[in-house]
Design a protein around this ligand. Structure first.
Ligand code: TXA
Ligand code: MG
Length: 341
């Protein structure tokens, strides 16, 4: 049975952190909130502890984990030859939703953290609970998102509980996460720094600070798994997700057509679509409020699993600012499918 530990009053807080630190030191896993999504952590130097993450999530072994630190001093224990531009990024964006891929120091971390790569993804999360935990522990923590592999990442403790109950000992409950999408992953081992996964820290924000940044279309786990021919499902509810042009007219027609086929439809969209006649509607907030849509997206995708909808429709977002990250997740959730009328 998985325990949910509160950190919202002084007494509970002290007990919860002590429990979490003890469990981690004993080689167990603990779920905790960050500003992006909830993570499932284990001590990054322990291969047996890290293997429990893969087991609980059902995660493919060839997908490397992000290492979380509470102070920059920890960085030199497991990275080397950190480029100056990377240091500039740390000074500007840490703590924050930016993961840097850096050269790893040999034999410094458990091999299953990096899936055998000679690089490591690292970030300092900007969340009081995550930082308090990491600073008490004083050790790097490997932590992927705390969902079952393939499902949307958890933005609330209840989502972690739903996916991992009975598989992990403890969830630190810090309420809903702020950003709601995973961190931007920026690779510093290429000549020009390359975004492997878009997130809250946008290309525009990065380029203001370090100049040219490339966007990879290929390197993220979904497009380039190391096992050829295999493609992982991502952020996927049970019913199929279809993208559709952002037009209330088009969405209305699509719903009619789906109903004519005797099927039920869930619509995930901003408030301007609320009056469309979908069987289920999950709001992504006011139109053009991309940050808010990002914050609501994963819970909306999860909510569809509580319905009997046969089809999930999502009108697309413009790829500006956080819109790039939203569309990246939606393209994966839908596996690139568009609604054809
Ligand atoms: O916001 C986040 O990043 C959350 C919170 C918990 O920090 N974590 C997260 O972890 O999203 P995960 O495991 O779900 O996603 C990690 C991503 C994957 O796309 C993985 O392929 C990539 O980071 N990654 C990790 N290490 C890498 C490396 N050495 N080289 C390239 N990509 C790497
Ligand atoms: Mg994940």
């Amino acid at each position: 049975k998985t325990e949910i530990a509160s950190v919202d009053n002084l007494l509970a807080k002290e007990f919860s952190y002590t429990q979490a630190v003890d469990l981690l030191n004993e080689g167990e896993t603990v779920a905790f909130p960050t500003e992006t999504v909830y993570g499932l952590g284990a001590i990054a130097t322990s291969e047996s502890a890290v293997s429990k993450i893969f087991e609980a999530k059902g995660r493919p072994q060839d997908n490397p984990l992000i290492v979380h630190i509470g102070s920059k001093e920890e960085l030199s224990t497991f990275t080397q030859n950190v480029p100056n531009l990377a240091k500039t990024c740390m000074d500007t964006f840490w703590p924050g939703a930016l993961t840097l891929v850096l050269p790893i120091k040999n034999d410094s971390l458990a091999k299953n953290v990096t899936a055998g790569l000679n690089t490591v993804g690292v970030r300092m999360p900007d969340h009081p609970v995550a930082l308090e935990l990491l600073r008490r522990l004083k050790q790097p923590v490997a932590a992927p998102s705390a969902n079952r592999s393939g499902k949307p990442s958890p933005t609330k403790a209840a989502h972690v509980y739903h996916d991992l109950n009975g598989k992990i000992p403890l969830i630190l409950d810090g309420g809903a996460t702020g950003i709601g999408l995973e961190s931007t992953v920026l690779d510093f081992t290429t000549e020009v720094p390359t975004i492997l996964r878009p997130g809250g820290v946008t290309k525009e924000m990065l380029e203001k600070v370090i100049g040219q940044v490339n966007e990879s279309k290929l390197t993220d786990e979904a497009e380039a798994p190391r096992a050829p021919g295999m493609k992982y499902a991502h952020y996927a509810p049970d019913a199929p997700v279809y993208l559709i042009e952002a037009s209330t007219g088009k969405v209305g027609q699509a719903i009619e057509q789906i109903h004519n086929d005797q099927k039920k439809v869930a619509l995930i969209a901003t408030e301007n679509y609320r009056l469309a006649k979908a069987d289920y509607y999950f709001s992504l907030g006011q139109e053009h409020q991309l940050e808010h849509a990002a914050h609501l997206l994963y819970e909306a995708l999860r909510s569809c699993d509580e319905t009997d909808a046969n089809i999930i429709l999502v009108p697309i977002f413009s790829k500006q600012g956080v819109g790039t990250a939203i569309m990246n997740r939606l393209e994966k959730a839908s596996n690139g499918k568009w609604f054809e009328s």
